[in-house]
Design a protein around this ligand. Sequence first.
Ligand code: HEC
Length: 494
Amino acid sequence: MQGNFYLSVIRPDLTFEVLNLFPDYVYPGKIKRVDIEVAGDATDDKQVYVELELHTMDNYLDGAKHAITRIFSETGTYVDLWLYPIDANGDSVTQGSILRGEFILSKNAMGGFWYADQITITDAVGNQRFEGVDDFGWKLFVDNPLQDTVEPEYVVNSKFITIHDNSDSYQQPVQIITAQWDVVENRAMHGHSPCYASIDPPGTGSADRYRLEAYGYGIDDNGDGFDSSDSRCHVQFTFTDYYPSGEYSFNSLTMKDEALNTKGVTFSDTAEAEAPTRFTVTTTNADDQPPELDLNVITVTAVPTNPAAPNGETQVTIRYQARDDKAGLGLVSFRLRDPQGIDHHQYHYHDNFYTLFFDGDPTAWQQYEINVLLPAGSAPGTWGLSEMHLQDKAQNFVNYDFTETIHIDRLWNFDLNGNAWEGSGESGGNTENGALLYSNNCAGCHGTGSSSSKKNRSKSAIQSAIQNNSGGMGALSSLTDAELDDLEAYLATL
Ligand code: HEC
């Protein structure tokens, strides 16, 4: 091999070993059977059952933990379906070759054929098989004479924002921001999260803070979600005093009806579009700094659960210390990279993960412990903690990347005796200067130009000849590193 290649390595103290005499490098089996059943009368909601059978030789190696597929109607409405393994009696198991999933399709949904264009099948250790349309047979037909293909519509210029103080219920300053707008829907809105809104924080463009996103979840549900009496969407955002003060802007929304028709609207200051709704939120204790991780005290340990005959199942413990200036540590996630290069992403659900406020002193260094059980079959070899992501309770975040990319620019190939035989021509050295250095310092002993006895010699060969004072070459020890590069480049041209 020659030329450039790159190697990504993890900080050595954050690596650990997984032992496994029975590694699972086998992808889940191919799909050999698809059974689909649609139950329900034409004018009723339908119950749809999908069962897949995988070709397996050995459940442990080529079984699956789950499969997922997105099923589309001809108008592009879709359902995401998860399938989970069952045994011969239909009871759920952790890994297997028969996968089953079901969903309810509204009588208002699009009728006709629904298609799955890809099925992704994953096993317990993360090996994935992607089955495309040509790999399995699929026929799902829905008789839905009541089908509704009309999307919900946004009523132009109907959107607005309300801000109301809810500090009493929290015993702390809290403001509830509600985005609202009017909808025209011919049938019914979707029963779960029919309304979605997105708000940009002040000074957007700043890459280190997320836009705020929320769903209105229910229907006729205390002002959250869709209100059918006045056909209005309500989406609530809970702001604590740690949120930045300033001008926010409500700049996009999405609606979904029971038939799965969705409609998104983006607001902007262009001539064709409606302008975003801008509103000012005043807080007194804004937190604009991300949390901090103490890079000197992270430790990672790994213990096989079955040391006598290790099967990859490994208890991994990560300890770290973190703190924040104000709002306190919130969401934490991390990645473990296995020896095959697969990154396994996980969240750390610490005590303050879900809460609106941080319980305790957020500014004190606090020790956290993550426990991960790697499943049986996990790849043997060196794993590592490749990345950590820390977010505070005001949406500020920081990413720590523990990998380092090593760039190898290979100039020479060596034969079995260690002699260089070919250069890539990519040397950083300057051949003209090398020619000059050669004729002044070397030609006398090794011959000029193409008659040189030292063609294609590497820099390190020259260096060691100088160090060993071969034939008196020690006298050349004042040649600099750059001059040796030049000599090497020149010798490669001969
Ligand atoms: C005073 C004589 C002399 C000078 C000047 C000299 N060499 Fe050498 N060099 C030798 C002798 C003698 C050896 C050992 C025998 C051999 O390998 O040719 C040697 C060995 C080497 C070797 C290691 C053996 C090999 O073939 O890989 C390299 C490389 C080398 N010389 C390159 C150079 C370069 C480049 C210069 C100029 C910067 C240089 N030499 C200047 C005499 C000299």
